[in-house]
Design a protein around this ligand. Structure first.
Ligand code: THU
Length: 147
């Protein structure tokens, strides 16, 4: 495994700022996330809770979907901010979504006291199921590959 890059301070700051907008009236658990797209742009997201609980969306997925919907096709890093000490790790669903676009990108887990835990997606989600596994299947069944 390669050495982790220095902390992406702008990304960390964006995740903390994104947390300010968290809509978490039911759990009271506020999460902020930020991802950096291959263009270099940063996209923030917060958790959005819905009274019909299962429709809630985590901060990480909001950030990733914002980036992809703005035209990014690959992510180069993520930061996730909570109040926890040590900083919280992302849920399984968000690990899978980040793996779709993030390869083995660095992930910084941070909190309000300045703690930063640096890790990688492959550490958080070893053996991820990714599009590479689908490509031969798609070629066989449809004779084509996705764009
Ligand atoms: N949450 C996130 O935003 N990200 C995670 O990775 C785990 C959980 C949110 C969902 C819900 O609004 C609250 O935290 C409690 O689960």
């Amino acid at each position: 495994m390669s050495v982790l890059p220095p902390t992406d301070e702008a990304l960390v700051a964006a995740s903390l700022a994104a947390r300010d907008a968290a809509w978490a009236p039911y759990s009271g658990y506020r999460v902020g996330a930020a991802v950096r797209g291959e263009s270099g742009r940063i996209y923030g997201g917060c958790n959005v809770e819905i009274a019909s609980f299962s429709h809630t969306c985590c901060a990480e997925r909001v950030a990733v979907f914002k980036a992809i919907s703005e035209g990014e096709r690959a992510l180069t890093g993520a930061a996730i901010a909570t109040q926890d000490d040590p900083p919280a790790t992302p849920c399984g669903a968000c690990r899978q979504v980040m793996a779709e676009f993030g390869g083995d990108m660095p992930v910084w887990l941070v909190n309000l006291d300045g703690a930063v835990v640096a890790t990688r997606l492959s550490t958080l989600l070893p053996g991820a199921f990714t599009r590479e596994r689908l490509l031969p299947h798609l070629r066989r069944v449809h004779g084509k590959t996705p764009e």
